[in-house]
Design a protein around this ligand. Sequence first.
Ligand code: BGC
Length: 744
Amino acid sequence: MKISSYTYLIVSFILFCNVFNTYANDLKELYARKADSLVQLMTLAEKIGQLNLLYASKESVDSAFFTMVKEGKVGGVFFAYGLDHVMKIQKYAVQETRLHIPMIFGLDVVNGHRTVFPIGIAQASTWDMELLEKVERTAATEATAEGINWVFAPMVDITRDPRWGRVCESPGEDTWLACRIAEAKIKGFQGTDLALDNTVMACPKHFFAYGAPLAGKDYNTVDMSDRSLFEWYMPPYKAAVDAGAGSVMSSFNDLNGTPAIGNKKLLTGLLRDEWKFDGLIVSDYEAIFELVTYGMAPDLEQSAKIALEAGNDFDMVSRTFLNYLGGLVEKGQVSEETINAAVKRILIAKYRLGLFDDPYKYCNKKREKDDIMRPEFLALAREVVAKSCVLLKNENQTLPIKKDIGSIAVIGPLADARRELFGSNLIGGDPQKGVSILDGIKSKISDGTTINYEKGCNIDDSDISEISKAVAIAKQSDIVVLVLGENENMSGESDSRSNISIPGVQNELARQVIKTGKPCVVIVNGARPLLLTELDSIASSILMAWQGGTQAGNGIADVLFGDYNPSGKLTITFPRNMGQIPIYYNHTSIGRPSRDPKISGKFEDWRSVHIDCPSAPLYPFGYGLSYTTFEYSDVKLTKLVYEANDEIKVSIEVTNVGDRDGEEIVQLYVRDLLAEITRPVKELKGANKIMLKKGETKKVEFTLNTLDLSYYHSDMSYTWDSGDFEIYIGPNSEVTKTGKFTIK
Ligand code: BGC
């Protein structure tokens, strides 16, 4: 029989995969055996030392810290970066301790390291998984160049509440999309081989449901049904684990009465036993001793016992493991076997990272010099900024601005800002090296264009004295670019807001400037959905530009002047007013839905509405405009009735009918029309980002199967219903073309 070259290729590929898997499994076993042997040699105190993870920034370490390292009381550190500092700590660990066990070095690399990328919610708005993989590849390259081998990222917490401060790090409200983002980011960080000197071990966080605190208040109670938990909040962590994440961080919050840190059922039962996660679990910062504050442990000793037995291996900062596990073993309250298992998982991570072969593997002076803020990293950051911008409104084609326009008034407290655009998680980034929006605009315009700049007001106070100067320059200019939003302290950990309006007198500045009648483009820099309802009614154009990091100004200017045609789409709903929160697109169907979500409930008797506000959000999930226009054909299905094992193929044609090339994110949503329990009115099940030249048409295909249509039934079995389904394909979650099929 003659084998075609195609078959030959496939067979070779399968053989390669088998050999590779066998190799990977062999390595895992080898590391497990090595770790076992090492554990046999360790004293109880040395083992407990390995479970201790300490904060060790250059400024914070003192002689007491180095004494602890020498005594084998520290297994890992975080916030230590820069080779001199890292090597000093590592030297103490490998040269001064009895068993020479190397240290692991962690850091929060959540949106880049030295090259700062846009915040997580902005990155998500690109819907571009290849790009996000590259972002984390770059972040890993820079972090490893400064001694880091473990990152506390990606953050994959679903959230439906814009008040929550950590919306900025989140992938947004949708589970399917968050799963894809989790996979791409794990791949980017960990690469193909953890032992390479430019890959890092990832740590998806915060397991579990940290993004759903009541009232959007950070660290607050999470109270939800098992179905919501498993259907909406858990899948991104699972996707990260399935993508090979080497570690997971447990979260601060309580869920249905049990703080995550002490939840054995979920940390061990679900994560380790059911999901087969074999990496290490690290607690969040000091979370272990918070079991006492929760009233779940009577004292610190018992909190150590509960947290260890629940499944945590590494104790971040609280030192409760260090201080109490020895005594607990002596009293027979904790078994040494449980400690051995945790130590083993930490040692295996160190083997996988290659630290036992070469503890200084991530300490290459040349790389520290060469692999930081390389021109290609900055170019990538600029591309991500442009691709994360979401065009919310563009009346009369105010955007893009012509580069040879006579004059531009650049106004607003964030127009010449740098630090604010780096967001709340500033660690390795240097705002001095950032590009403000004013800088970005200046670098684009022709010699004949005049720029007039006024700050107009501050971000967050009541001073209106400078507004008149801003109005004066608006009057003298052909167009106004007004830059408004939040500062870096209004989001992030512990920085939730009860009011998500644009702060201070910025709306008043906008009113007065727009009253001049000049075309006005509003750029919003913020870290969450903000209330833009009034601005939407008065500004010609609005561009959501988030917090873009090092290259913010350049990337935004690329969009403003049409060098990049915006393609970003929201991954979280923007409400019309505060009372609508929580508002998200994939809510379940109800018995009395509003008849017309666009009109106020005053006319909607006996319906689920607010009497003073339409049900629809201001901007829905998936929404974002382009400088060109895309037209969607009708939906095509290969069949109307499918067997359960069939692939369900659906397609649509999209045409660029405008006058410039552009990218479109084509979204596929599904609705189960007759189900065992109430189902969402729409669920995202696919997205395809395509490039269309002007006049070009492309066919976009999606394939679904019954797994995509499955959900947790009343007995929590994960399966699908036969019957009718509706599909919706379109440019956002509200504007779609519809098709229908049946599963027999
Ligand atoms: C945060 C984590 C972070 C850790 C270490 C905690 O307060 O919740 O996301 O990784 O600190 O910086």
